[in-house]
Ligand binder design. Structure first.
Ligand code: FAQ
Length: 310
């Protein structure tokens, strides 16, 4: 830290960020900036790839051709998002193999929300509206982040997530106006995904060790709690307008602050799921490991072809 060159470079780096310039792969950056980005982008990529599993389970059971085509397209989009993000992380000096190995060996994180089961068809709708909805709020912020490759990947991803959110919302709207059984199916799906969606924004700001450094370097520009509040303020009235409810008897509009406020998240559950003890953690990792093994021959064939072509 007493290296004057380091201090000068750090000051220049932070001035660039303050001016709103993007940091690009070959540019000087502090080690901690690089490490934070590798951590976040690789977790994000893993989330997209593991996130294909809960909805993918319903492709064969979609109720009609149109719904099946939409779901297929959505799940394929998530695979594409994983690709962009692994590429973005590779620009920071980590290889895709290292990131995938860390995921498959259970050393890497991915979003806690994907460790819950999809028990009914309307769960696909609730994931679209709530989970993609939460993801977009976070990713719209990240589209303005200071690291060029990550921010550019986010622009494209947000456009696609916008479609994902709308198709989920459209389904919930239709089911809420359908038969009593359809309305109940939509309500039960919202009840299942409400709390996991709120947990996606991460711990409270006071318990978020990474936020100060991420904010200092323009990786995050809004905190976990700020984004979660924005989500609540948009979603609660949206759900209630359909004659549905959120599974929180304490949820109310606070006139003084102009925000929707409910009860506390079960943080013990949140940390348990992150540490690997959620309802579907083992099953999700087993599915990813199997997919990786099943694809081994493709990777080997592609590598052999590339070698043969010189
Ligand atoms: N799940 O200090 P903080 C999607 C960890 S994409 C698991 O607050 P930070 C698309 C955190 O990593 C969804 N772990 O951390 C889709 C840290 O652990 P570490 C994914 C979590 O980074 C939709 C520790 O707790 N999006 O859904 C979670 O400042 C539908 C302390 O936390 C992204 O990854 C969690 N929910 O803030 C696909 C966006 N929350 O690493 C299919 C990029 C926290 O120090 C279907 N990431 N942790 O060991 C971010 O914006 C941030 O990393 C946060 C966490 C906001 C997730």
């Amino acid at each position: 830290m007493d290296d004057p060159t380091y201090d000068t470079r750090l000051a220049e780096f932070e001035t660039r960020i303050a001016r709103g310039e993007k940091i690009e792969p070959g540019d000087w950056m502090p080690d901690a900036y690089r490490k934070q980005l590798i951590r976040m982008i690789s977790q994000h990529a893993n989330s997209e790839v593991v996130g294909m599993l809960p909805e993918g389970a319903w492709i064969t059971r979609a109720p009609n051709l149109r719904r099946k085509m939409v779901l297929l397209a959505k799940v394929q989009d998530e695979a594409g998002h994983g690709q962009y993000l692994y590429h973005a992380a590779e620009t920071l000096g980590i290889s895709r193999d290292e990131m995938i190995d860390a995921l498959l060996e259970g050393r890497a994180k991915y979003a806690s929300v994907f460790n819950y089961p999809t028990l009914g068809w309307a769960d696909v709708a609730a994931i679209g509206w709530l989970v993609d909805g939460a993801a977009i709020m976070n990713q719209t912020m990240l589209a303005h982040c200071s690291y060029g490759p990550y921010s550019r990947a986010m622009v494209r991803i947000c456009a696609e997530e916008g479609f994902h959110k709308k198709q989920g919302q459209e389904m919930i709207i239709r089911y809420s106006q359908g038969t009593p059984a359809q309305k109940q199916m939509a309500q039960e799906a919202i009840d299942r995904w409400w709390w996991p969606a709120l947990m996606m924004f991460g711990p409270h700001d006071s318990d978020s060790p990474n936020t100060p450094q991420l904010m200092r370097w323009g990786i995050k520009t809004r905190t976990n709690d700020e984004l979660r509040q924005e989500f609540l303020d948009e979603l609660v009235p949206g759900i209630q307008a359909l004659g549905l409810s959120v599974p929180d008897p304490e949820m109310h509009y606070d006139e003084a602050t102009g925000h929707w406020v409910g009860r506390e998240i079960d943080w013990d559950e949140f940390w348990r799921v992150i540490k690997g003890d959620g309802p579907m953690n083992a099953s999700r990792l087993a599915a990813r490991r199997k997919a990786h093994e099943d694809g081994r021959w493709v990777r080997e064939a592609a590598a052999a072809y590339a070698q043969a072509m010189g």
